[in-house]
Design a protein around this ligand. Sequence first.
Ligand code: NAD
Length: 561
Amino acid sequence: MLQEINFKLPSSTDPAYITKRGLEILNDPWLNKGTSFSEEEREALGLRGLLPPYRADMGEQVQRVMENYWHHTDPLDKYTFLIGLADRNITLFYRVLMEHLLEMTPIMYTPTVGYACQQFGHIYRKNRGMYINLNHKGSIAEVLDNWPKDEVDIIVISDGSRILGLGDLGANGMGIPIGKLVLYVAGAGLHPSRTLPILLDVGTDNEELLNDPLYLGLTRRRVHGEEFDEIVDEFVQAATTRWPNVLIQWEDFTNDKAFPILNRYRDKVLCFNDDIQGTGAVALAGLLAAMRIRSEHLSDQRIVFCGAGSAAVGIADMICAGIADEHSMSTEEARKLVWMCDSRGLVTDTRDSGVEEHKVPYARDEAPAAELLEVVKRVKPTILIGASGHAHTFTEDVVKAMHQHCEQPIIFALSNPTTKAECTAEEAYTWTGGNAVFASGSPFSAVRYNGKVFVPGQGNNMFIFPGVGLGAVVCGAEKVTDEMFFAAAKTLAHMVTEEELRSGTIYPDLLKIRQISLAIAAAVCRLAWDQGLAQYAEPPDIRQYVRECMYHPEYRPYIAA
Ligand code: NAD
């Protein structure tokens, strides 16, 4: 039976909010408004004399924060400053972040969060989220009971084994679940008090960390195999028992763990893996927008991948599902349009050492080829996607060989950070005489070539995961399906304006993230309700309902005016 819609934001006028008084309120980041408390609130809540007399509005508070923020020149100092603000005043933190989103996402997330993770044990100040470790085996449910909130909508969990492009960072990886959830709140309006970052500490194989006296994780080597699977199982069981509707997002696990975990739980609990499915959807959205530029269909393309890891396989799966869906083809037929290369060259089914499980569907029955250039010359691709984590693999020869057979080559250099991109935007435009449709994982500035300005698109997962997460949460979805990601990709592709397409951009402006997330969440809800996957009753107007569920960082009065 469908429940009445029961997704409700906590209200700051709930009596629970005013049981505290005085310094207790100022020291609680969820309640603190700093200098913004009204005279009446100061009187009623025991705050008289605890604050300077002037009552600042939020705009003035933001101004003060920014003056201080801009004093810092080192990105890590900016990160620490912002985390400090969140520790004092959550509402102001999110207001500042949302008003300076383009400037601050590279601080709260990649690339700066990567440095923050590397330094985690050295810059640690205050608890945030939860650490589940091997010693908790058998009592994870009790450990989760220590989290003070009975309502948790979303958990982002990582075992720290493959943090961005930085490898095994063990417990230091906690910066990633924290940062990702900040993006969920800023980008889609998930309620911050209902988000839970978790670091699953199963040891680390990082020698430097094991020898670092300030490392805060377990100082032992990682466990694998059954022992690892058992702790993940116990966590899933405990988390879904305490919070039956919670969405679990698997984050930055190595491939040998990421694919099996996703496959094991995707039909059992509400969960997804952004590195695989989110990346797939954001790349598919870019390709669908590029098809608008070229007035072609994906089923007419030949697609070569450089890299065959989570990102590449996630993208290929999503593209093939998309093609199969649009053109009534089987997924197997769609896969024939894909050639994948890894560090050993073209992935074929004749490799002596065999092919890892996640690559098997894309292993080709053809002659091996050691070099990307050889593959490009043989296949004559119309789309070239880089997700290898290795810079400069799209050489001038590779790009020119592609352009020889394709007037408007689509080139995605997705490896992060910028220094790892397979080629730069300028190279892609220059080597193709200004004909490439280019997108990257990390941002590139606009390029002037032959008197025309080209604006490269950034295939940022942030376009997709916040909206998918919001949609899944507010309809009470039972699972997250690939179709939902496919719907998200189509929604995103349609939000690129004609003007953006004319300048070569295949993604919308990130500043529209709230509108984008709203549209994606509504599309996800629509699918869930159509397919009987939503537990809550359908509202009369889905968009309106989703909009009302979104958190906005605003102070609300604590006492009736
Ligand atoms: P991964 O480690 O799972 O996979 C890397 C793959 O590249 C492996 O298959 C490896 O064999 C292959 N490879 C390594 N060197 C190569 C070479 N010289 N030539 C060809 N293949 C090579 O990593 P991942 O999670 O798939 O991420 C790969 C890259 O994609 C990273 O740089 C990551 O930052 C980026 N990424 C971008 C986005 C985005 O733009 N939205 C999203 C996710 C990941």
